[in-house]
Design a protein around this ligand. Structure first.
Ligand code: ADP
Ligand code: MG
Length: 701
């Protein structure tokens, strides 16, 4: 069947009324044959079984029965009429009942002819009835394209109201198959089908819509899931390869004074093996002719900053500028302070640019950036403004990637007339399977080792009723010279409520920990940047012992002397957020603690989250649990929700299939980059259709 056939509008299908076709388009986005074929059932009703009325149990389950109607009557009742048919299968009688469409149904029912009926039974006064059964003459039932497993399609209320019931969808699908007598073009190469023992495209589509048995259905689904994941991977890998061959980067050939000097004389600590490995990977990328496009994953505290800094030094050694973009002002300031410290014995110029940079300073930075006086620029989104022009940006680093959208990432790339090398750093441990599917176009480096000497953070769960003991503990820690974070949820939907909780919390803390002995800082999103900075600085300098805050401190803030993290209403936070917050402590030499405070009322998911936090501090393990609890859409936070709009595969459950699909996609592209061989014709055709009709960016962002 040609692809043209697949692009036929569904209103051409015999028997599908134009109004209904319109509704299908509006409600489910189904407008072509192809869309309809790809409308996969949500679930299946098992119609392999036939029941006897005498054997029915009052379970309210859906059952299928063969029998005859012996009698029909219309019953007047207070609230309108109902139609009642007496139905027998030779064992017992039951009643079939209709409340709507009575006239039409009464005319169409035939007496004493075998029917197959299907529906939920009701048990009342010792006998069974079935309201609005699905029914079909046994004769037709045996003749039609009929599957034992009856598909249930996705639907909406509007669709049902406009008459597009599951039954209508079913017969529309039947019609589509009747009008596609030649089957559907194969979309995977033959050798692949053979190696993996996959069923053909036609067979898979048929069996997913009209499965003959559980086994047929399973094979069909496997094949279709494989195909879906295979083509996502193919697109991502192809993009990556194309990128490498086409998009030239500026090769940073030499490792010069800045890097060598720093490495030999000014390293503040010995690098971990993981840091060394990642720096090597980056050096290789930067030295090649291709533009680097790399994701650096490393758990909180794993030491990404120094890796970023040393990469920047390579850029500088080759006569280029570098920039580092962070999602918040506080983080930018911290990076600025940290990198200034690291580079103080080197001959480098570093500046910071954020929303609150004064105009005169801003102008100065713009100038120095353009004439090349400035080597490294650190900042927030402010870096993306058009006015910010570099003389020669060679390396762009983005910290905490999940806060930035894909679009912003690409905006940085276009700062030059040639693309700079790009390093994206994230502390959100993304499970490898997911990383493969959404960042398949990036190369991935992982820092999977924490610097030595880090003590595990002791994590406990406490109920609100134990607050006094917790206060006692805080006092002890402060008396040892430590500092404490107390974090409140501030989640947008209930912002005013949360704000009140935060303020109430702050007041009670101030009461418990009064001046002059104690100083308490507060930090939340509604404060002016200058005030935030002031409070943050007091805490950084150790002038305040307690920091009451919302999740603004979630990302990246580094205060080694803080050893206690108390999370209020911990049940309201997501796992990855809890993990990020916990990562704010345990940065110094002291034993650190994380206390998760909750009320007694906890949902099952909340319990799992808390238990996971108490059990482990492995970011990847936490991410896996998170993925299972929340699904991939949520994992990245709202900005990338719906990251993957998969039609049939499930990124969590089908991660094994994903791995296989990825390795085959890789193999095929390596052997035949242009997909020009005979056996890859189906791939090439499908691929070009996909790119035309459903670009990879529809899956992402
Ligand atoms: P993150 O990956 O979360 O950005 P940072 O780069 O902020 O982590 O590093 C966390 C802390 O660990 C910093 O105080 C940093 O100086 C320190 N650190 C990083 N690498 C090492 C190392 N190899 N040995 C000892 N301390 C290190
Ligand atoms: Mg960091």
């Amino acid at each position: 069947m040609t692809t043209n056939h697949l692009q036929t509008p569904i209103d051409r299908l015999k028997g599908l009324w134009p109004k209904r076709a319109e509704m299908l388009k509006k409600e489910l986005g189904v407008s072509t044959f192809q869309d309809l074929l790809n409308l996969f059932p949500n679930r299946y009703l098992d119609r392999t079984q036939y029941y006897k009325i005498a054997d029915l149990q009052p379970t309210n389950a859906e059952v299928q029965i063969v029998g005859k109607i012996t009698h029909i009557k219309t019953v007047e009742q207070q609230r309108g009429k109902r139609l009642v048919a007496t139905f027998t299968d030779g064992t017992l009688n039951m009643e079939l009942v209709w409340f709507r469409g009575i006239k039409w149904i009464r005319e169409s029912l035939r007496l004493n002819i075998p029917y197959v009926i299907f529906g939920k039974t009701k048990f009342f006064n010792g006998s069974f009835s079935m309201p609005h059964p699905e029914m079909e003459l046994l004769e037709d039932h045996e003749r039609s394209i009929r599957s034992a497993m009856q598909p249930v399609y996705p639907s909406t209320e509007k669709l049902i109201n406009s008459g597009v019931t599951n039954r209508v969808l079913n017969s529309t699908m039947q019609q589509l198959f009747l009008e596609s007598k030649h089957g559907f073009a194969e979309t995977l190469p033959k050798p692949l089908l053979e190696q993996l023992k996959l069923v053909s495209k036609s067979e898979a589509l048929f069996n997913v819509h009209f499965p003959k048995s559980q086994a047929h259905l399973a094979r069909a689904q496997y094949r279709l899931k494989f195909e879906e994941l295979f083509y996502i991977q193919l697109q991502l890998i192809r993009k990556n390869l194309l990128h490498k061959s086409k998009i030239r980067g500026y090769p940073f050939e030499k490792i010069g004074d800045n890097f060598n000097n720093f490495f030999s004389h000014h390293l503040p600590f010995e690098l971990t093996e993981a840091q060394k490995r990642v720096i090597k990977e980056i050096r290789n990328d930067l030295g090649s002719n291709a533009q680097m496009n790399r994701l650096l994953q490393g758990d909180v505290g794993s030491g990404k900053t120094i890796v970023a800094f040393m990469s920047m030094l390579i850029a500088l050694d080759n006569g280029f500028q570098a920039c580092l973009m962070a999602p918040t002002e506080i983080l930018s300031v911290q990076h600025f302070t940290g990198l200034s410290e690291l580079s103080k014995r080197l001959n480098t110029n570093i500046e910071i640019l954020t929303g609150s940079t004064k105009t005169s300073k801003r102008k100065e930075i713009h100038k120095k950036l353009e004439n090349g006086e400035l080597d490294i620029l650190i900042g927030t989104h402010a870096l993306l403004e058009d006015k910010v022009k570099f003389k020669n940006l060679g390396l762009a680093i983005v910290d905490e990637q999940h806060r930035f959208g894909v679009e912003q990432r690409s905006k940085l790339w276009h700062k030059n007339d040639y693309p700079p090398h790009v390093l994206v750093m994230t502390a959100t441990p993304i499970p490898r399977t997911l990383a493969m599917s959404i960042y398949g176009d990036l190369d991935i480096s992982v820092i999977d080792e924490l610097p030595p000497g880090r003590k595990d953070i002791k994590t406990v769960h406490r109920y609100d009723a134990n607050r006094l003991k917790v206060f006692h503990f805080i006092r002890d820690e402060i008396s040892k010279g430590r500092q404490v974070y107390i974090v409140y949820p501030l989640i947008q939907e209930s912002e005013t409520m949360d704000y009140k909780d935060l303020m109430d919390g702050y007041e009670s803390i101030v009461r418990e920990f009064p001046l002059p002995k104690y100083q308490v800082s507060i930090l939340h999103g509604q404060m002016k940047p200058a005030d935030k900075e002031y409070e943050m600085n007091r805490f950084v300098k150790g002038e305040t012992q307690i920091m009451v805050a919302t999740t603004v401190i979630e990302v990246g803030v580094n205060i080694p002397n803080a050893s206690v993290m108390i999370i209020e209403s911990a049940e309201r936070f997501g796992l990855s957020q809890l993990h990020q917050l916990r990562g704010r402590v345990g940065r110094g030499a002291e034993q650190s603690y994380c206390i998760l405070m909750t009320s007694y009322k906890l949902s099952a998911d909340a319990k799992t989250r808390l238990q996971t936090m108490v059990r482990t501090s492995d970011g990847f393990e936490i991410a896996e649990v998170d993925l299972k609890l929340r699904g991939p859409g949520d994992l990245m936070g709202t900005q990338q929700s719906g990251v993957l709009n998969l039609r049939i595969a499930d990124i969590v459950k089908d991660s094994e299939i994903l791995k296989i699909a990825r390795s085959y996609a890789m193999q095929i592209l390596k052997a035949d980059p242009n997909l020009s061989s005979e056996e890859n014709i189906p791939v090439k055709n499908t691929y070009s259709q996909l790119v035309k009709y459903r670009n990879i960016w529809n899956y992402i962002s």
